[in-house]
Each structure stands twice: as structure tokens, then as C-alpha cells.
Write a protein that binds this ligand. Structure first.
Ligand code: NAD
Length: 289
């Protein structure tokens, strides 16, 4: 298995997370091929990356020359076959097992490098389930980044019972040495460490609102002003995306059958109504893009 710096990375899905992951990978010096489901989604992802790098220049985090160099490392494609020469592919498509397994199955067919790593940014789906849809489960691993990726240092690394030590060493060194992230290892159980703790807390806040116990503003103010959280749970759920929050809750519930993981009806109704939080402009709060 090859070692050293990973130079050619593919990122599949360029929404909230994929765009942030692609940005930090390009800033680390690697070439990034970004793949999206459609030309429109590709353009939105590209705009999101350019805006984020623009903000990093304005705030003095990177200089304009570095920004130009970073942008020159990107290629964009709607065709998964264009990822054939990648050493590492990180999938960050929607939190839907069927969509993820279809992407991984296709990647397994098109990626030529026999040592390539397939990483998933899933928030909750057990890695084993995804790994077994490929012919190389020993090369499948969870690399779970946090939103916003350029700001939050953590990456959870999740190995399945079949992930090889070479894959996990290489992925771990990629995240810590190449990207400069703080790495923790998490068990291959739905939700891993962070979401197993975070999701029941967010769902409790939704239940509190739904039952009329407290208003959204009071719930959020309570946790910001009383517990020094940087943002309240309903703002955070809006930021994560209510569809993603619901999907993660469903995976946790399916795995553990504990009522605390079950999505409350208000969350389900909001998702069914397209009220997805910040990304759709309306969630528990209203946003102007
Ligand atoms: P998102 O809805 O913002 O983006 C998902 C993207 O996937 C969309 O742009 C969509 O067009 C694209 N997509 C769907 N099917 C595709 C396909 N077949 N090929 C290529 N692209 C496809 O969602 P997100 O918040 O970026 O979440 C992506 C993943 O990251 C999920 O697994 C989620 O659980 C995980 N995650 C999310 C957060 C968060 O805070 N939102 C944090 C950590 C991990």
C-alpha cells in the first residue's frame, strides 16, 4: 500500500459539507476533483467554495496568492468516472443509505488505483453497511468532518471490523498531518461519538418547543447565555440542516431502538414541508441568503 502525501482527492457531493471538505483538502496542497449529481448542483457547490475562500481572504486567514493557488487545484465534474485516477475519494452526498451505497458501488467500479481509499462523511450510517457494497471493504473508512469544515478542527475516524490497518493509518495521517485536523477514533456504531451525544440533545430542544414548554428564542438563549454554548440547539439544528438531523436520528433509532433518538413529529413535518433550516432559508428561524 502506498504511503506519504495524498495528492489526488475526489469529493462526491458538494453541498454544505462536501464544499468545506473540498476547500480544506485544496488548501492542504492536494488536487481535488469535485463531483455533483447535476450541473446546477455543481455550480452552487463551486460558488459556495469560492465565497468561502473569498471570506478567508477578507478575514486575513489566507493571502490572495494562496487563494488563487487553492482555486487552481479544483476541477469540477458531473461524471463519477472522472474520479478514476484518485488516491482517496471522500463521499459527502445526502445522508441516505441508498444514495450512498449507489455512489460507493459505482466508485468501486470506476476508481483504478487498487490501493485507493473510499472515505465516507456519513454522520450516522455504520461503515460496515457501506463498506460491504464495494469489493474492497478493507479500503472503506469513515472520515467524519464537522460543519463548517474550514473552522472546526475535529475529524472522527471510524473503522469497520474489516478496515485494514494500512487504510486507517493512511487516512489518519491524511486528516492529522496533511489537513491539520484533530483526530479521534470512534466506534462503528450509528452516530459514532459526537452525534450519539448531540442528536438526543437537539431532539430534546425540538420536543421542548413542540410541547410549548419554551419558545425557540428562550431555548437557544438559555444554552448560549447559561451554558456558554456558541449557539443554541435550534440554531444548530438549522445550521446542520433539519433533513440531515432527521436522517441521523433515524439511523440512531434504527440501531438502538431508544425513544430518545426518535425524531419528534414537529421535525418530521418541517422536513416534509421543505423547511430544512439555513440551507432552505426557513427552519426554526428565517434566513436571507
Ligand atoms: P447537503 O444536502 O448540503 O449536500 C448533499 C449534496 O449531495 C447535495 O449537493 C446533492 O446534490 C449531492 N448529491 C446527492 N446525490 C448525489 C450523487 N448521487 N452524486 C453526487 N452528489 C450527490 O448535505 P450535507 O450537510 O453536506 O451532508 C452531506 C453528508 O455529510 C451527509 O452524510 C451528512 O450526514 C454529513 N454531515 C453533515 C453535517 C452537517 O452539519 N450538515 C456534519 C457532518 C457530516
Amino acid at each position: 500500500m502506498s504511503t506519504g502525501q495524498i495528492e489526488r482527492v475526489g469529493v462526491v457531493g458538494c453541498g454544505l459539507m462536501g464544499s468545506g471538505i473540498a476547500e480544506v483538502v485544496a488548501r492542504s496542497g492536494a488536487d481535488v476533483m469535485v463531483c455533483e449529481a447535476s450541473e446546477d448542483a455543481l455550480q452552487s457547490g463551486r460558488d459556495r467554495i469560492e465565497r468561502s475562500i473569498g471570506r478567508a481572504v477578507t478575514s486575513g486567514k489566507i493571502d490572495p496568492l494562496d487563494a488563487k493557488l487553492t482555486l487552481s487545484r479544483f476541477e469540477f465534474t458531473p461524471h463519477l468516472e472522472d474520479l478514476a485516477d484518485r488516491q482517496l475519494v471522500i463521499e459527502a452526498v445526502v445522508e441516505d443509505e441508498e444514495v450512498k451505497t449507489a455512489v460507493l458501488r459505482q466508485l468501486d467500479q470506476v476508481v483504478d488505483d487498487p490501493t485507493a481509499i473510499f472515505a465516507t462523511n456519513t454522520s450516522s450510517i455504520p461503515i460496515m453497511k457501506l463498506a460491504m457494497t464495494t469489493r474492497r471493504p478493507e479500503q472503506v473508512i469513515g472520515l467524519h468532518f464537522f460543519n463548517p469544515v474550514p473552522v472546526l478542527p475535529l475529524v472522527e475516524i471510524i473503522t469497520s471490523l474489516l478496515t485494514s490497518t494500512e487504510t486507517s493509518d493512511r487516512a489518519s495521517s491524511f486528516a492529522s498531518d496533511q489537513l491539520g485536523k484533530t483526530v479521534i477514533t470512534s466506534p462503528d456504531r450509528a452516530g459514532f461519538v459526537v452525534n450519539a451525544l448531540l442528536i438526543p440533545y437537539l431532539l430534546s430542544a425540538v420536543r421542548m418547543l413542540e410541547s410549548g414548554f419554551a419558545s425557540a428564542e428562550h431555548i437557544d438563549t438559555a444554552m448560549v447565555e447559561g451554558c456558554a454554548h456558541p449557539m443554541g440547539p435550534l440554531h444548530l439544528a438549522d445550521l446542520i440542516g433539519l433533513d440531515t438531523t432527521q436522517a441521523v436520528a433515524n439511523s440512531l433509532y434504527e440501531e438502538f431502538k431508544e425513544p430518545l433518538y426518535s425524531p419528534p413529529p414537529l421535525l418530521s413535518r418541517m422536513v416534509e414541508g421543505g423547511l430544512l433550516g439555513r440551507k432552505s432559508g426557513q427552519g426554526f428561524y428565517t434566513y436571507s441568503h
